[in-house]
Design a protein around this ligand. Structure first.
Ligand SMILES: CC(C)(COP(=O)(O)OP(=O)(O)OC[C@H]1O[C@@H](n2cnc3c(N)ncnc32)[C@H](O)[C@@H]1OP(=O)(O)O)[C@@H](O)C(=O)NCCC(=O)NCCS
Length: 136
């Protein structure tokens, strides 16, 4: 049986299932408050029975950012991440976002290959960061 994948907006009811995808993919979960801050850019891949993938976008008025893309390990290489990012790009364009950035950990070869396949190319910028709270 072929199931139809829908790439739709995250809702609060999806939170446990989205956390299960991040955990299965070895990624940190995102606090619910961050996901509901701008919900139209937080997307899930839903086959009607379960969530297969999740991604979070943010827009600061100038640049878009893609964070925490993950597909469940049992559901990979089926175009699910491509579908999630495609829907997110459509939404970025709709809100006037002209460029999207993202970060890939240096040891994540598969992740980098995925992003390059979709046209996201490494940039020479160096990320500088400073915690403003002791827990960060
Ligand atoms: C990276 C990740 C999101 C890809 O999800 P996916 O649904 O399997 O990706 P897709 O099926 O949409 O892949 C699209 C294309 O990207 C490339 N690609 C995807 N995974 C790849 C891998 N492991 N190695 C090489 N190329 C890969 C391929 O060209 C693929 O097309 P093909 O299957 O027709 O060859 C998934 O492996 C994952 O969740 N990894 C752990 C978390 C992570 O690394 N997140 C992203 C980094 S910030």
């Amino acid at each position: 049986m072929t199931t139809m994948m829908s790439y739709r907006e995250f809702t609060v009811k999806d939170y446990d299932a989205a956390c299960a995808v991040w955990t299965a993919a070895g990624r940190e979960i995102v606090p619910l408050a961050e996901l509901t801050y701008r919900p139209s850019l937080v997307l899930v891949a839903d086959d009607g029975d379960s969530l297969a993938g999740v991604v979070m976008g943010t827009f600061d008025g100038r640049r878009g950012m893609i964070l925490r893309l993950a597909v469940h390990p049992a559901r990979r290489r089926q175009g699910i991440a491509r579908g999630l990012v495609g829907e997110l790009e459509t939404r970025f364009r709709a809100i006037g976002c002209p460029r999207v950035n993202l970060l890939v950990m240096p040891d994540n070869d598969a992740g980098l290959r995925f992003w390059q396949e979709l046209g996201y190319l490494p940039a020479p910028d160096v990320l500088c960061t400073k915690p403003l709270s002791p827990s960060q």
